[in-house]
Ligand binder design. Structure first.
Ligand SMILES: Cc1cc2nc3c(=O)[nH]c(=O)nc-3n(C[C@H](O)[C@H](O)[C@H](O)COP(=O)(O)O)c2cc1C
Ligand SMILES: [Mn+2]
Length: 467
């Protein structure tokens, strides 16, 4: 079986020169967020903090899957193969296997009662205007009380005290399950999973049907069943190789004030109220590594996780439009706070890029409100070329389409909240921009919209001339 751990990924990142070790003392509530963010922004590297002020037995790793290179290392494929591999493997889920507690590294240390204390974890203060430290990286494993089917999804936790945190539940599968427990007036048992293999991190952000176990999807991505172990205080099962598990329950009838929180849009989600999580037990590995997940201004891991999920879903979705088109690649731009997607396409006929754009704005994910089509000769990973296409190949009257009054992603603060509904429900405008070459020039004047590259650009190698 392949390694399924977070620390294995951290080690691979370091071996491949993708990680910087920070050995000087640093504080999770004062500067670790800034150091990790700047290290990725300036050098494109992950960070491993080995000297944590106030938490001597912990290390913190951050920005571990922030781009395609890091996903490629995590999934063991080339960068170009990340999306096609995900699309294919996610269709072949593998049921997890249960292993004994004595073989499970996450049971190295078991804390219950007063020892199960959230304030003893090196939770990070992520964005400046957050009210305090959060655990942003936790994925909740829960079970449907009627069918017993498992679900896994991310839920941020604002630390409120030793045994209490906030727990944000947006209207998706976890909310549907929670409402079933509420109807029974029972608390919902939850196990928060922190610090796992990138395949499991990916599955936690992936949108699929209710009743599909995301841990089976993770098994498909790993090409091995995920090793699970029983919880101490509930009949839930969690990844045995995780760094940290927080067991607890969500109360059926209590809410708490929460936020503001620096969000994946890159701005703040307004303060509001969330459900309440009560801690029952904490288990972790020896020499644990805390996953100090960032949030807020791009680029951070949350943009990369959801963005990569959106890319795979769009790739699959667009493959079905018009019976399939010449689609080369898809990017969800993390730098746009997940609200812009770019599709690289070779249209087979006039109007086809626009059809593809409409599909991109109406897909399994609500996030994109701006979709841009670029031609097959452009580099989709290069914002310079995307912007060049937007001016030289776009006549706004013909190539920009607005679709008013459509559903908009809940976190897009600039779009109106539906009157009488919560901020989860917004309405606004989607925009499609066809920045492929004007169709007529495909037939004649072929060079008119080519990018004018230096003579012999493709054959001249500067290495031959540099000192
Ligand atoms: C890093 C990260 C943090 C997230 N935080 C939350 C959160 O706090 N609350 C929430 O409801 N969804 C959050 N999400 C979104 C859900 O985890 C995601 O949509 C997931 O696919 C939902 O699972 P479901 O399809 O089983 O409902 C987050 C996603 C990521 C990648
Ligand atoms: Mn689900």
């Amino acid at each position: 079986m392949r390694d399924q751990s977070f620390r294995g990924h951290v080690q691979n990142l370091e071996q491949q020169g993708e990680l910087v070790r920070i050995e000087k003392p640093a504080s999770p509530t004062e500067n670790i967020s800034a150091i990790g963010w700047k290290t990725y922004d300036q050098f494109g590297k992950s960070t491993l903090f080995t000297n944590i002020i106030g938490f001597p037995s912990w290390r913190i790793a951050s920005q571990v899957i922030t781009d395609r290179r890091k996903w490629a290392i995590g999934l063991g494929v080339s960068e170009d193969d990340v999306i096609p591999t995900v699309v294919q493997r996610i269709k072949e889920p593998l049921e997890p296997v249960l292993i004994a507690a004595k073989e499970a590294p996450v049971k190295d240390v078991i804390l219950t009662g007063d020892d199960a204390d959230l304030t003893k974890l090196p939770a990070m203060w992520t964005s400046e205007n957050d009210p305090g430290p959060y655990i942003a990286a936790g994925m909740a494993v829960i079970k449907d009380p009627e069918t017993g089917t498992r679900n896994m999804s991310y839920h941020r936790q604002q630390i409120l005290g030793p045994d209490r945190s906030g727990f944000l539940i947006c209207p998706r599968h976890a909310l549907r399950t929670y409402q079933k427990y509420q109807a029974l007036t029972q608390p919902m048992p939850v196990a928060m999973v922190i610090g796992v293999h990138p395949a499991i991190l990916y599955a936690g952000g992936f949108t699929t049907r209710y009743g599909v176990d995301e841990l089976s999807l993770a098994g498909g991505l790993l090409e091995d069943p995920v090793r699970l172990v029983k919880c101490e205080t509930s009949d839930l099962e969690v990844p045995a190789d995780a760094e940290l598990i927080i067991e607890g329950e969500i109360l059926p009838d209590e809410m708490t004030e929460e936020g503001p929180f620096g969000e994946v849009t890159g701005g703040y989600a307004e303060e509001g109220s969330t459900e309440v999580f009560v801690v029952k037990a904490i288990t972790h590995r020896k020499d644990p590594i805390f996953y100090g997940m960032h949030s807020g201004a791009p680029m951070t891991d949350p943009q990369s996780i959801t963005g990569t999920c959106i890319e795979a879903a769009l790739f699959e979705h667009l493959a079905k439009v018009e019976g399939g088109m010449d689609l080369s690649d898809v990017r969800c731009l993390g730098v746009s706070g997940l609200m812009a997607v770019v599709i690289k396409i070779r249209p087979k006929s006039a109007g086809q890029a626009k059809t593809a754009l409409m599909a991109a704005l109406s897909s399994p994910y609500l996030h994109p409100k701006l979709a841009i089509a670029i031609d097959d000769d452009m580099d989709i990973a290069n914002l310079n070329q995307i912007f060049w296409s937007l001016t030289t190949r776009v006549d706004a009257a013909k190539d920009i389409s607005k679709i008013n009054n459509t559903r908009i992603w809940s976190l897009d603060n600039v779009s109106d909240i539906v009157p009488g509904m919560s901020p989860m429900y917004r309405i606004g405008t989607k925009v499609a921009i066809d920045a492929t070459k004007p169709w007529s020039t495909r037939l004649k004047n072929k060079a008119r919209f080519d990018r004018a590259m230096p003579k012999n650009y493709y054959s001249v190698k500067i290495e031959d001339f540099l000192p």
